[in-house]
Design a protein around this ligand. Structure first.
Ligand code: UT7
Length: 340
């Protein structure tokens, strides 16, 4: 066994093939491209075709991450998938993904922590490596929220995007993932939720569950509460904002990001992820997808220190300071054409 520290050693992402503009969505809601851009920063998002299932997107992202880490799938000890849009209660998505990438001997399970899911998965992976239960763990975030969005809901229809992003977390001699700071506030569990439970469909077949959200409340909560969480994450890692090279918060809303940046007193040179403009809010996918993008484009330095901060339905949150892996060979781009 190599050292019992953990570090991210590979990244891969998948953006599905339908590019959806604000104008397209405004055909179904009373809104405008200008309103959506100015209130959220979002210009486009990508939605999946029927063939681009959560399993397909997760496998494609995972294969790239494994390749980037320079390992073989058989070396992966566990596959952790974070998703809230896998529309089967069981089996887990992770077992099919493990098989799909060729990690047939790996443990596999799903986690549900909404938009915070990647950072939760990162913490689990770190723990498995510290306990020497695995040498490499695949942490995958995947969402196909387009299927759960009510396109006529003016509060949510423009916000969400689909996609997948994966990280290989490996044993390392040097610490590459700082201690997690996480939490939950179940008194707000109804602020972002599935509108009805699957059980309701037994009696009302028209009641397809969609995302409902008290956006204003979530915005206020994130803007006020996530600043202290970010600071605590830095403290727990024993670093200050001055030591950072990148800040990669969940891409929920550009204005939330701007609020967090204001409170963190980041040096000018720290690159801030603002990939929501292109990808929309991809829930748990957004942090690793943004990390991938910043590294591949050279905006963030490989080996640099990054503060990750994710938050969402629950309401739950988690953040870590991580050492950035080597740059992936190519930036995430939307898939071309239909899937065979
Ligand atoms: O990733 C999971 C976590 N989720 C989030 O972090 C989401 C956080 N919340 C948000 O991003 C924002 O609350 C939204 C983008 C959802 C909404 O933006 P807002 O700036 O909070 O809008 P608001 O709900 O406070 O509404 C402001 C105004 C209202 O009009 P009046 O009352 O001021 O005349 C709304 O009726 O904007 C109006 N409005 C819209 N106008 C055009 C609300 N939605 C729309 C719309 N198009 N789609």
């Amino acid at each position: 066994m190599r050292g019992v520290h953990a570090a991210i050693t590979g990244l891969g992402s998948y953006l599905p093939s339908i590019e959806v503009t604000n104008a397209m969505l405004c055909e179904k809601i009373d809104s405008s491209d200008e309103w959506i851009r100015s209130r959220t920063g979002i210009r486009t998002r990508y939605w999946a075709t029927p063939e681009e299932t959560v399993e397909h997107m997760a496998i494609e992202a995972a294969k790239d991450a494994i390749k980037h880490a320079g390992i073989t799938a058989s070396e992966v000890g566990c596959v952790v998938v974070s998703t809230v849009s896998h529309l089967r209660q069981f089996p887990s998505l992770a077992s099919g993904v493990a098989h799909g990438v060729g990690a047939d001997d790996a443990g596999a399970f799903d986690i549900s922590a909404g938009c915070a899911g990647f950072c939760y998965g990162l913490q689990l992976a770190s723990g498995m490596i510290a306990a020497q239960d695995a040498q490499h763990v695949l942490v995958i975030a995947v969402e196909r929220l387009s299927e759960l969005v009510d396109q006529e809901d003016r509060n949510t229809s423009f916000l969400f995007g689909d996609g997948a992003s994966a990280a290989v977390v490996s044993a390392s001699d040097e610490p590459g993932i700082g201690p997690v700071v996480w939490g939950s506030d179940g008194s707000q569990k109804d602020t972002i939720r599935q509108s009805v439970s699957w059980a309701d469909l037994q009696t009302d077949r028209d009641a397809w569950p969609v995302i409902t959200m008290d956006g204003r409340e979530v915005f206020r909560w994130a803007a006020y509460e996530m600043g202290p969480a970010a600071k605590k994450t830095l403290e727990r890692a024993g670093v200050t904002a001055q030591d950072l090279d990148a800040f990669i918060p969940h891409q929920a809303n550009l204005r939330i990001t701007d609020e967090l940046v204001k409170g963190l007193d980041l040096p000018e040179r720290v690159v801030v992820a603002r990939t929501i403009t292109e990808h929309g809010n991809t829930s748990a996918v957004s942090v690793p997808l943004a990390m991938h993008q910043l590294l591949a484009t050279g905006e963030a330095p490989a080996g640099g220190l990054a503060l990750l901060l994710s938050f969402g339905t629950g309401l739950v949150w988690a953040g870590q300071v991580v050492r950035l892996p080597p740059a992936p060979p190519k930036a995430p781009t939307k898939a071309e054409g239909a899937i065979a």
